[in-house]
Design a protein around this ligand. Structure first.
Ligand SMILES: Cc1cc2nc3c(=O)[nH]c(=O)nc-3n(C[C@H](O)[C@H](O)[C@H](O)COP(=O)(O)O)c2cc1C
Length: 332
């Protein structure tokens, strides 16, 4: 079977030529990159990050001007403007909303469906995956801890065996540590309907990320893309996979300082937690838009190991397709 045929189920769900999503990346997945992805045949996803309704409306309009193809909008569930963002997606007739940063409740899923928009989201375990499908989601993305950005604790390989292999008949996309066509073809053979890639597109020619950000990623190895060390359980750290730099080292120092102050009774637990939470505020923007690769957050997945050149989106896709077709011919 050819790769394109294997992707048919996923392509139908997304309404794109290929069953590949260009995962949303805050500050990076804006109208230029997303429209370029969709025009190249994959399914681009706008990152709404901390946007409000008005900003998202503009970004969707700009994207719609640049492509007639389907694209999705990624909405972070803890965004205080969640309801406005859903309304904007519905009014602008976006085809899919991808809910991230939590587990959506049924009322949120229903509200999006009432606009005729499809809902996709993430699940960390088999029981949650089953519940989400019972609540009506249209497709699921399994994202393992190898991925760039905010991650869960479980690897892609384990999620595949825990969820995908037990739910083959459900529409499931896989993300985190994926790039080569051979792996994508294998996942499709195992029952996935498609895959989501992020890091490789952060570094592509169409990405608006600052040159310094791209260069840092292109020269990094997989081991540099780590989640932060947590010094004390009482001060939990949000697991975000990013390249180690001066900022990540300072973050460990900051934790030490907060802990010492807390032990001496100089600050409360809540104040300490707040100080740590605020440490990274605006840091992705600083790196992606301002090019500060020392103190900004260089969010990136472990797959950065395989990303060594700034390529056009079409080149990346064509390589994936030929790798997948060669592999399928070899094993048939
Ligand atoms: C710089 C960066 C920013 C990201 N921002 C988001 C985001 O805003 N929302 C989200 O759901 N995922 C986000 N992600 C995850 C990607 O959408 C995608 O799922 C992930 O990168 C796939 O794994 P990979 O990095 O191994 O390709 C981000 C990833 C990166 C590298």
């Amino acid at each position: 079977m050819k790769f394109l045929e294997l992707m048919e189920r996923g392509s139908k769900i997304l309404g794109s030529k290929y069953a590949l999503l260009g995962g949303a990346m805050t500050w990076i997945s804006e109208s230029n990159l997303v429209s370029a992805m969709s025009n190249a045949g994959i399914f681009g996803v706008l990152a709404s990050g901390a946007m409000d309704g008005r900003l998202l409306q503009n970004e969707i309009a700009l994207t719609q001007e640049k492509t007639k193809c389907n694209f999705g909008v990624n909405i972070i569930l803890v965004n205080p403007k969640l309801q406005d963002l859903i309304d904007v997606c519905g009014e602008k007739k976006v085809s899919h909303v991808i809910l991230a940063g939590g587990i959506p409740d049924k009322s949120t899923i229903d509200k999006i469906h009432a606009y005729g928009v499809q809902v996709m989201t993430f699940a960390p375990s088999l029981s949650v995956a089953k519940r989400l499908f019972r609540q009506g989601i249209d497709a699921l993305i399994l994202e393992g801890s190898e991925a760039g950005g905010h991650v869960g604790p479980v690897s892609t390989m384990v999620l595949i065996q825990d969820i995908l292999l037990n739910m083959r008949e459900y529409p499931i996309f896989v993300a985190g540590g994926i790039l080569r066509g051979e792996i994508i073809a294998s996942l499709l053979q195992l029952g996935a309907v498609g895959c989501q890639l992020g890091t490789v597109f952060a570094c592509c020619k169409e990405s608006v990320a600052h040159e310094n950000f791209k260069k840092a990623l292109l020269k990094a190895s997989g081991r540099n893309a780590a989640t932060p060390v947590q010094l004390d359980k009482r001060f939990p750290i949000t697991p975000v996979r990013a390249l180690e730099n001066a900022g990540t080292e300072e973050f460990v120092d900051q934790q030490r300082e907060v802990l010492a102050k807390f032990e001496k009774g100089e600050i409360t637990l809540d104040n300490g937690r707040l100080l740590l939470e605020h440490f990274w505020a605006g840091s992705l923007r600083r790196a992606v838009c301002g090019g500060d690769v020392d103190r900004g957050s260089l969010m990136s997945g472990q797959i950065v190991e395989l990303v060594k050149e700034e390529k056009h989106i079409t080149e990346i896709i064509n390589t994936i397709i030929s790798e997948a077709d060669d592999f399928l011919a070899r094993v048939s």
